[in-house]
Design a binder for this molecule. Structure first.
Ligand code: ZN
Length: 268
């Protein structure tokens, strides 16, 4: 049983394909999907999907592309109290694609981190070519974190090096790997996937982007997350079943006891 800890469902919703996509996911052993927001439109769609489907939960926030638009954070706060919402994000810093908005990105990220603390929800962080600012802001946030569980958040679709991963894990963050770990040239990233402790490891698709081998170049979807998990398992010398069990337990420790474990469903 797998959980896709990070998927953008917008295109599936727009095409009316969400129910079928979830059926395909279940058929490949994926029993839960975290729907990720990042803009007003994406947040509304992720929340609607989570309200409608038991195996979907939502993470809502504003990502770096919204940084220069100064989004109305007040409206977001109301949405975060919905029981279908389990986290804040995705949010973070990307100096690879938009270094020119660095200071606005930092301001927006700080806003999101304040909101996460106030709502006691973990954050889903995107970071690329922004190591120093990411660590500085997350260290401050992790020190203030007083959520219901011990994990302040996850670094999603991790693409950094080993020392940066260690510095973030020292703050308590989980590290999530996407289909990139299946790519031929990703030896350095596979080495990072090898060193993450069992209790801080997550897997995701980041659908519809970054489809794992053998679907590389096609549209990604949650049904493919077992391919990510198998690649991670192979470098760690673990079985896919072990990685599925660990990463599912970790999703629960990060986002709450969701989805209900099969034995819990049977007894309730
Ligand atoms: Zn994403």
């Amino acid at each position: 049983m797998w959980i896709d800890s990070h998927a953008h469902l917008d295109c599936f919703i727009d095409e009316g394909d969400l129910p079928d996509m979830l059926t395909r996911a279940r058929a490949s052993g994926v029993t839960g999907v975290i729907a990720i927001g990042g803009s007003d439109e994406a947040n509304d769609k992720a929340l609607a999907a989570a309200r409608e489907h038991e195996d979907v939960c939502a993470v809502l926030g504003y990502d770096r592309d919204e940084a220069d638009r100064a989004p109305a954070v007040g409206g977001l706060e109301a949405l975060l109290s919905d029981p279908a919402v389990v986290g804040v994000g995705e949010t973070g810093l990307d100096y690879h694609y938009s270094a020119e908005t660095a200071s606005q990105q930092c301001a927006l990220l700080e806003h999101m981190l304040d909101l996460a603390c106030a709502c006691r929800l973990p954050v889903v962080i995107h970071t690329r070519d922004a190591e120093a600012d990411t660590h500085r802001l997350l260290a401050r946030y992790a020190a203030r974190w007083n959520g219901p569980r011990d994990v302040p958040g996850v670094i999603h679709c991790y693409t950094g090096d080993g020392p940066f991963a260690r510095s973030l894990m020292d703050l308590g963050f989980m590290i999530s790997f996407s289909g990139i770990v299946t790519f031929k040239k990703a030896d350095a990233l596979r080495e990072v996937a090898r060193i993450v402790p069992d209790d801080l490891l997550l897997v995701e698709t980041d659908a519809p982007y970054l489809a794992p081998v053998p679907y590389r170049g096609k549209r990604n979807e949650p049904a493919y997350v077992p391919h990510v998990g198998a690649a991670v398992a192979a470098v760690r010398g673990q079985t896919p079943e072990e990685v599925a069990r660990m990463t599912t337990a970790n999703v629960r420790r990060l986002f709450g006891n969701w989805p209900a474990a099969p034995d819990e469903e049977a007894t309730s």
